[in-house]
Design a protein around this ligand. Structure first.
Ligand code: PLP
Length: 416
């Protein structure tokens, strides 16, 4: 048998084993054999409002029946895109915001990187082109985000990456200060996830994000928060920026913006970027995607925002964290896992030496829980904000049992 035509993302191209997911409801999904799973990673860190929301489907369907899509380049616009960007600007962590739209987080990150460089060009300081980006960061897979991310395995084999990106330590402000001392007059921006997500769930060290803000201010650089995972209630507020009380100049978002019902992302830009871009009335922003401002995707985004608001789902993130984090810490006390990290509704554990994360993933699948292994040693959990307590408990029980199964197998004497 040879692999099928679908060349899967972040998968082994030679692989033939896939699990068809056929249905979802709330924090649960079912496979083609009717097996039920707790979706403990909210699909891929995005399904904030849970699966099966008919009102989002209805909003998209209604929009599609009137106008499925029309581009928004140059002189054209559409009501869902205008309304969605107005709502995002309204909840933005910075005042006087405007919103550029994309279809994904990677496009959002690349757009943000281009926007900060264009800002510097419009200000008359084009030599400011360097982006400082953190170790362990994940910023997507297009060349800008790929270069900015701090996960070397993902960067291997793709040829030359983007020039002008320098690495800073994700947890060491002194190292960032050193980078500014070296490149200060050439730095356009620092990019940072408030909580590092796909790189293993690392909440910021106390004062780190504030320190980035201060360094950017001192050196006239811009601060980008990549909130593709952190935004839309994941950390108990609209943004990680709100959670940690630090105001960035740009925010990238995607995922929870539509809870994944349709592809939707974007970049929120604050006054510093706006001033530079709006100063010359003849300046033309030569950047945009065919689907920037796609009306049906924006209709999904609007319906998603409505649910987040009406059901106050951001307020669910803290109790989720208390229950899930509490359960995981119990496993730490018992020695089942070796580290627990997280904040509100995003968590990870490290596994003991020799316990492979992919094997634990399979063991948890057998017990009806989907998590994501990160590297060989880390398990991430980031459930829909509608998850029930019993399903959170099942996540912890399944993790416990899956790890114990591996360690018991290792301890068993061999037959000969
Ligand atoms: N930025 C962050 C912080 C992410 O977590 C991700 C995806 O996980 C991206 C960017 C890229 O988003 P996408 O996969 O939608 O391109």
């Amino acid at each position: 048998m040879s692999p099928g035509p679908f060349l899967h993302p972040f998968a082994k191209p030679a692989s033939e084993r896939f699990i068809p997911i056929t249905r979802g409801e709330g924090a649960l999904v079912w496979d083609a054999d009717g097996r039920r799973y707790v979706d403990a990673l909210a699909s891929l860190w995005y399904c904030q409002v849970g699966h099966g929301r008919a009102e989002i489907a209805d909003a998209v369907s209604a929009q599609m029946r009137v106008l499925e899509s029309y581009h928004s380049f140059d002189i054209f616009t559409n009501e869902p895109a205008e309304r969605f960007t107005a709502e995002i600007a309204d909840i933005a962590p910075m005042g006087e915001a405007r919103v550029f739209l994309t279809s994904s987080g990677s496009e959002a990150v690349d757009s943000a990187l281009k926007l900060v460089r264009q800002t510097m060009t419009q200000r008359g300081t084009p030599e400011r082109h360097i982006i400082l980006a953190r170790t362990l960061a994940y910023h997507g897979v297009t060349y800008g985000g790929l270069t900015a991310q701090g996960l070397p395995l993902n960067q291997t084999g793709w040829g030359p990456l983007l020039p002008g990106v320098e690495r800073i330590a994700h947890d060491d402000l002194e190292h960032v200060a050193h980078a500014f001392a070296q490149h200060g007059s050439e730095v356009a921006a620092v990019i940072a996830e408030p909580v590092i997500g796909a790189g293993g769930v690392h909440p910021p060290a106390p004062g780190y994000l504030r320190g980035l803000r201060d360094l950017c201010d001192r050196h006239d650089a811009l601060l980008i928060f990549d909130e593709v995972i952190c935004g839309f209630g994941r950390l108990g507020a609209w943004w990680g920026a709100d959670r940690y009380g630090v105001v960035p100049d740009l925010v990238t978002f995607a995922k929870g913006a539509s809870s994944g019902y349709l592809p939707l992302g974007g970049v929120v830009v604050g006054p510093k970027v706006r001033e530079a871009l709006e100063a010359d009335p003849d300046f033309l922003l030569r950047h945009g995607h065919t689907y920037s401002g796609h009306p049906s995707c924006c209709a999904a985004g609007l319906a998603n925002l409505e649910i987040l608001r009406r059901e106050r789902l951001a307020e669910r993130a803290l109790p989720i964290g208390e229950r899930l984090g509490g359960g995981l810490r119990q496993l730490l006390d018992e020695g089942t896992v070796t580290a627990v990290r997280g904040d509100h509704a995003i968590w990870a554990v490290d596994l003991p030496d020799g316990v492979d994360a992919a094997v634990v993933r399979d063991g948890m699948l057998e017990r009806g829980v989907i998590i994501r292994p990160i590297g060989a040693t880390t398990i991430a959990l980031c459930p829909p904000l509608v998850i029930e307590d019993a399903d959170l408990d099942l996540c912890v029980e399944a993790l416990d049992a899956a790890v114990r199964e591996v360690t018991a197998d290792r301890a068993r004497p061999t037959a000969d």
